[in-house]
Ligand binder design. Sequence first.
Ligand code: PA5
Length: 447
Amino acid sequence: MAKLSLSTDKIRECVPQQELEALAPLMDACHAKLYDGSGKGNDFLGWVSLPSSIKSWELDDIARTAQNLQSMAEVVIVIGIGGSYLGAKAVLEALSDSFDSLKTVRTRPVVLFAGQNLSEDYMYELLQAVKDRSIATVVISKSGTTTEPAVAFRIIKEEIEFRYGKEGAAQRIVAVTDAAKGALRTLADREGYKTYVIPDNVGGRFSVLTPVGLLPLAVAGIDIRALVKGAQEMEKMTGKDVKYADNPAAQYAAARYALYQKGKKIEILASFEPKLQYIAEWWKQLYGESEGKENKGLFPASVVFTSDLHSMGQYIQQGERLFFETVVSVANAEHVVTLKHDEENLDQLNFLAGKRIGEVNRMAELGTMLAHVDGGVPNIKVEIERIDAEHIGMLLYFFEMACGISGYALDVNPFDQPGVEAYKKNMFALLNKPGYEEEGEALRRRL
Ligand code: PA5
């Protein structure tokens, strides 16, 4: 069984243990709201029991579609943004060989992403990269109307139809969207694409364990059953009847809440494993969109150590004391690389002879933690045994559950994102979208 543990003892100088424990009733009450539906945004609580409600036949169906796409395309382009992109990207990065693209025999089918930006050069280069390869696409949008993926899909769809004809294209396009609403649903139904539904009660940033994340991951050859199993284990560990004392998600939520009350305004998610960089990107969306509203919320930032110790390390050690760190620690590396003894020892590293690089990394992690704590940066540790599908599934659900509790503790609706609309309105106005003429004029005068 996968294992995840939490330690908060290195926040004690800032938050004494009794103060943390005193938050138990609040955390339990917020946790209970996720189950009784009495909190804000209660029509978006489908993620809470999602892992345990996934049926085996659903996973089989996703696996069949993935195999079908793999069999007809060398490259599958996954189109989506925000919650319709980051989960799949994060898990894929975490579970892939860092140098897969250089291997003669790749360990995974090639999945590329589009629609997560509006960069013309990115799109041009993507089209160039796949011009001599067979392609298929998975287009993901819950609303079915988000501009970035819609723009990318228009271009990729045209390319697929040009190459394979309308009928061929219908075999190579899979849409993941709302059951009934949105332009993507209308188009998919009209063109006869295979579709998957994003449940109404699961918001984008909580949707990694729906087909939004599972289909692209299955296409990439990730063991989605193990991913779901890990999430199911964490669902049990943080379930309805699990009280604060045994609930790691409630304890994490309490620690970050207490630190926020003490004036820490930024949470830095740190890891010493570069493969977890996109897990941090996913986490930033999860917490940033869920909590950053009503002029409240911790600002979620991230670093990858030891790389960023040579860039952000100075600020973290001695800059403004605005933040605390949450380290996602990995107990065991998958592979063994040992430093050898060198007769000449010109690099003076013989004191490391016989040691694994992982041990050096571990000492860097422990040394950094103590240095940062000494520098006034409280430290929370979330440890997983290893980076595999089960542990990543566990970690994802852990952060989701903690986020739900945390959002309620902050007394915001953790499941909406009204602030995301502001830029969209301006963009449409500046692009002369019908209906936005007056706003367009007003904005142009300000530029
Ligand atoms: O969490 C969210 O709701 C957002 O990040 C959305 O996932 C993102 O805006 C993409 O939306 P959609 O899936 O509707 O295209």
